[in-house]
Design a protein around this ligand. Structure first.
Ligand code: GLN
Ligand code: ZN
Length: 767
């Protein structure tokens, strides 16, 4: 029995990678330092895993920006527009790489970056490969081979990790018509063979191929591509042992395919798809080794050893110890690095901390599980089992987790709690009392979070400012924003969210059942890391969270001040969620807390309340068959949060850019009085889904892109609004930017919104 790891976090235990890259981009340090920090992180990770006792340590899991981009560079899939960068820089690989990731604006060149999108259902974003007809592939970067050699020099024989050929193609995007990306498999395979032959020359023993698409729905052509690719690889390199890694879902319909591929080891995710084990054991080839993904690579909870041992024994009974490996469920890049760095009791109490495991601790868990089965070093290992049992049972019964009041409230929920008092058509008549014009103007919530505003918060947190001092500064900033919105004649105002660090953290900090780490950083994309809150217990709201600032802002104006909340699905989606009850249950608890806040805002005289749900679409399960049940509870949670108010109170929601076609019915079922969405980059095309559906409620299609500092022209916005009006009746239309303005500067924000208000006024004249 062996242990393996599929990938270790590469940001460094103190986010060293972020710091050095950002310094390099700012011109503050040279490339040699960047390469050195990369080397240090790799060496530290390899050493740590070796000392922990992991048998199969990954290499090529390191990346300066993104592993998919690494592969595009390795395979020479470099879009032509970067040719200039290559020429000018004399083939400096790192600069070309960063240019592909981030765009290139220098020496009169202005080359856009490659597109970025979410890695399956995680919050990690990868750089999407661009494919053209007859796309050539040719070994360009030798990173995969170099890093194997680098580790070998240190005396560590690693298992290089590659994205498998089929998944690599499926992750990409066709940039011209006339071909399907999967047809490129024949062009692509020779580069894989080239890489394998170079690794072969260095006596590689195991190579891991990640094929997460094997856990998704596949077309027949894609299945054929799998058969073809792996047969060819096996034929060319019978000696190299392939580890085929699948994760994030069960193999399902693809089990036959996966177990027929000629590989040495098949890895399956038994955290996401616990119940696939029996089927896999029944189907697996006589010789194939099964790698059990038991330690959760997507969440921060300690493994339940007793439960895992049962699972391992089930596999061992069928396959024998030699044909069973122990592993995390997927790469550990989705969890923070080291729990030992959480030393602040204020953030994480000892009681909560004992329930957690970050990457380093998960590695140790994998090794302990193996030792418990193989009876190595019994005394210390048995102690680990006892400690684990204690922590697990403490978590099951802890008073911190279980709140009988919350549980009773959930049990007593009635179906009408998820319904507004009347249908939208009756509400619309009552809401006419708000007296808003056609093409009413508003913004999505946040105004610029300037360096200054952020420095106040930092000073308040480190004690330089008292609470009063901090509050005064925030109040002044809010007052300025309110006054300015009145001046430019916006119809529905916002307070600006200056008091919020982040749209989830701000609420989590005020809710019971949440904990916050100090060092729980996880890579989101490139150098950007996020620190998701930890939902460990029943969620409840001890007191109002936003009423003070919203009422204050309302008191400054006779116009409507829109209350601003984050919705239950988004709070759930952007946190580490407890795994001892269904996500739907946790989501409903959050929904009730938000509902109470909505009601309190209404009682405080707020007539318009927005509940943001930008994450509702990204929560969709990977397989379509599971969509319905997710959408049922997610939509219901939103409705519970929004339905405690009178018909006269107008509920808004906001969603960021996403395809709406396939879930438009569910968006309509959310029954928000007004939805604002991001549409400007698609030239209002996203509105078609709403138009075709005859979406009945009101809708604010974003009229300008907030991702760039560019100030839009009034005519452009009028053009977009006319396009909108052509498909959606004008009584339903609102006018707003695509999203919140917190990442923008004041200068461009002011100019853009002045033009936006004027554009709305022009539209009213045409009615
Ligand atoms: N109210 C939030 C803001 O304006 C919404 C952000 C979002 O949906 N991403 O910042
Ligand atoms: Zn948004």
């Amino acid at each position: 029995m062996l242990t393996q790891n599929l990938g270790y976090p590469r940001i460094g235990s103190h986010r060293e990678l972020k710091k050095i890259c950002e310094n390099y981009w700012a011109g503050k340090t040279g490339y040699k330092n960047v390469l050195q920090v990369g080397r240090n992180i790799r060496h530290e990770n390899w050493k740590l895993q070796k000392e922990a006792g992991i048998d199969m340590i990954p290499s090529n899991d390191f990346s300066f920006y993104d592993q998919v981009l690494d592969h595009s560079l390795a395979f020479g899939a470099i879009p032509k527009r970067y040719n200039e960068v290559i020429l000018r820089q004399g083939n400096a690989e790192l600069d070309l790489y960063f240019a592909m990731a981030r765009g290139y604006q220098k020496d009169g060149l202005d080359i856009v970056a490659m597109e970025m999108t979410k890695w399956f259902d995680t919050n990690y974003h990868y750089i999407v490969p661009e494919f053209y007809k007859d796309q050539p592939f040719k070994l360009f970067s030798t990173k995969i081979i170099d890093e194997f050699y680098e580790a070998k020099q240190l005396g560590i024989i690693t298992k290089p990790v590659l994205i498998g050929p089929v998944s690599y193609l499926l992750l990409g995007k066709e940039k011209e018509a006339g071909f399907e990306k999967i047809d490129l498999i024949k062009n692509l395979l020779p580069v894989y063979l080239d890489i394998l032959s170079r690794l072969d020359a260095l006596d590689v023993e195991y190579v891991q191929f990640d094929e997460p698409f094997l856990a998704l729905d596949l077309t027949e052509k894609e299945q054929k591509a799998y058969e073809y690719a792996y047969k060819e690889i096996r034929k060319a390199f019978p000696r190299i042992k392939l580890v085929l890694a699948t994760y994030f879902e069960g193999l399902g319909h693809n089990l036959n395919l996966a177990s027929s591929l000629p590989v040495h080891v098949l890895h399956v995710d038994l955290v996401r798809a616990e119940d696939q084990l029996t089927a896999v054991l029944a189907k697996i080839n006589d010789k194939t080794i099964l790698s059990l993904g038991l330690v959760d690579g997507r969440n921060i909870w300690k493994n339940d050893f007793e439960k895992s041992i049962e699972t391992i024994n089930q596999a061992v009974e069928k396959l024998g110890q030699e044909r069973v490996w122990i592993a995390p469920s997927c790469s550990l890049i989705h969890v923070p690095v080291d729990l030992d760095n959480e030393t602040d009791e204020k953030n994480l109490t000892a009681e909560v901390k004992q329930w957690l495991a970050y990457a380093k601790q998960k590695i140790a868990e994998v090794v302990s599980l193996k030792k418990l089965i193989t009876n190595e070093s019994p005394a210390s290992t048995l102690q680990k089992l006892e400690d684990n049992k204690k922590a697990i049972s403490n978590r099951k019964t802890s008073k911190l987790i279980h709140n009988p009041e919350v549980k009773a409230r959930i049990a007593n929920l009635k179906s009408e709690d998820a319904n507004r008092q009347s249908s939208f058509s009756s509400r619309k008549i009552k809401q006419q009392a708000l007296n808003l014009p056609k093409y009413a103007t508003t913004t999505i919530g946040s105004f610029p979070q300037t360096t200054e505003v952020r420095s106040w918060r930092a000073k308040f947190k480190n004690g330089t400012f008292t609470e009063d001092e901090y509050n005064t500064l925030i109040a002044d900033e809010t007052a300025k924003a309110v006054k300015w919105q009145e001046e430019i004649d916006l119809d529905v105002l916002v307070h600006g969210e200056f008091e919020r660090n982040d749209m989830v953290e701000y609420f989590g900090e005020q809710l019971d059942g949440f904990a916050f780490s100090k060092n729980g950083w996880v890579q989101s994309y490139g150098s950007r890391c996020v620190k998701p809150p930890i939902i460990f217990g029943d969620v409840s709201r001890p007191k109002p969270m936003t009423v003070k600032w919203t009422s204050y802002a309302q008191s400054l104006t006779s116009k409507y001040m829109k209350g601003m909340l984050t919705g239950p699905v988004t709070i759930l989606q952007w946190s580490f969620v407890r795994n001892d009850q269904p996500r739907s249950e946790t989501c409903t608890q959050i929904a009730l807390a938000i509902r109470d806040e909505v009601c309190d805002l209404e009682s405080a005289g707020i007539k318009i309340i927005q509940i943001d749900e930008p994450a509702i679409r990204e929560g969709l399960p990977l397989r379509k068959a599971n969509w319905q049940s997710y959408l049922d509870w997610a939509v219901k949670a939103f409705r519970i949060s929004a339905s405690g108010v009178k018909d006269e109170t107008q509920i808004h929601t906001h969603m960021c850019y996403s395809e709406f076609n396939d879930i438009i019915q569910h968006i309509a079922d959310m029954d928000a009085d007004v939805i604002t969405i991001e549409t400007s980059r698609s030239q209002m095309e996203l509105l078609d889904a709403f138009a075709d559906f005859k979406y009945p409620n009101e809708i604010g299609p974003g009229v300008y892109d907030i991702h760039s500092p560019r100030v839009p022209k009034r005519e452009e916005m009028i053009y977009l609004l006319k396009k909108a009006k052509a498909v959606i009746p004008s009584e339903q239309l609102w006018v707003n930017p695509d999203c919140g303005l917190k990442t923008r500067g004041w200068d461009e924000t002011k100019k853009a919104l002045i033009e936006m208000v004027e554009a709305a006024k022009e539209m009213r004249k045409t009615e």
